[in-house]
Design a protein around this ligand. Structure first.
Ligand code: SF4
Length: 319
């Protein structure tokens, strides 16, 4: 089973005054992204805020419709889905969001929250639903009495465990993790990341982890995709990208992250300027106004996406 984005684009109209009819332009949040994730693997999608990674997550979760390109599930385009295909997709692809405080309804008991993604016509009786809820709460390490309690009776880390249990209840194959530990105390983050890793090994799940936190992405990811201003700039096996980043943006991003080993040293690359305005991104390579290794052709020619060495792809005129 595979989840695949092919040339995916998502443009949002920029309103002219109060009307959307005469849109002044387009925010190109995701602009021609192709990635895939297969059963059992973890794809880390990293980049600064404004890179388009959260919009990409929403496209995977069918919370946004693509402007162009396609999303394929098990080889079939979502655009051609019938009702049964959507039900199957929603069971197979679940999500855990950043903030366990706002993603859980405070008026619902945990038992109802966790059971929510199960379709009403799933054919499961109430005792079967209760049993499945108990199973997933046990899997994430929450106490037996949890279904009767409300979210406010749990700590931040426990709430994220509830969100993970809710994602597991439909027996998914893929879980989109959108900044899954960013809102948690540093002391709790490792516990949640360990839990996610344990669940992956036990249940054979595939993850797409969307993160600006490179340490969290590295802990889980087998492959890495780096985004900048709506485009992919580099993909490859996670360890290979960390050991030798190809694209100057990846290099700068990694130089700002803490090394895995305290004795490992990396020269910090400080980027000038800001992430570009997505309404009018720079011509040529979108990174050129900030690139420390810019070439004369970078401002006018867009670099092509190419395989620089086996399994290592990037878009940069240096290669
Ligand atoms: Fe830098 Fe040019 Fe490569 Fe863009 S294409 S990253 S500007 S060297």
């Amino acid at each position: 089973m595979k989840l695949e984005a092919v040339g995916l684009r998502k443009y949002f109209p920029v309103a002219s005054g109060f009307s959307l009819r005469g849109a002044r332009g387009w925010v190109k949040a995701v602009d021609g992204v192709s990635v895939e994730v297969a059963e059992g693997e973890t794809l880390g999608i990293v980049g600064e805020s404004g890179s388009g990674k959260t919009t990409l997550a929403k496209l995977f979760l069918l919370l946004e419709r693509p402007t162009a390109g396609s999303l394929l599930f098990d080889g079939k385009a979502v655009a051609d889905f019938g009702r049964d295909d959507f039900v199957r997709y929603r069971r197979a692809v679940q999500a855990v969001f950043q903030d366990p405080y706002s993603s859980l309804n405070p008026r619902m008991r945990v038992g109802q929250i966790v059971a929510e993604p199960l379709p009403r016509d799933s054919g499961m009786s109430r005792p079967m639903v209760a049993q499945r809820v108990a199973e997933v709460l046990h899997l994430v390490g929450l106490p037996r009495e949890s279904p009767a309690l409300y979210p406010h009776e749990f700590s931040g880390g426990q709430r994220q465990r509830i969100a993970i249990a809710r994602a597991l209840v439909t027996y998914p194959k893929f879980i989109i993790l959108d900044e899954p530990v960013s809102a948690l105390d540093v002391s709790i983050r490792a516990q949640i990341l360990n839990l996610l890793k344990h669940l992956q090994e036990k249940l054979g799940l595939a993850y797409v982890i969307i993160s600006h936190d490179l340490a969290a992405a590295r802990y889980l990811a087998t492959r890495l995709a780096v985004m900048y201003a709506g485009k992919l700039v580099e993909t490859g096996e996670c360890d290979a990208v960390y050991a030798e980043p190809l694209h100057p943006y990846t290099e700068a991003l990694l130089s700002a992250a803490l090394p895995l080993h305290p004795s490992a040293r990396r020269q910090r690359i400080v980027l000038a300027g800001e992430v570009p305005n997505p309404v009018s991104p720079p011509s040529g390579c979108r990174f050129h106004p900030r690139c420390p290794r810019v070439l004369p052709q970078c401002s006018s020619q867009e670099p092509e996406w190419c395989e620089v060495r086996p399994g290592r792809f990037t878009a940069c005129h240096l290669y």
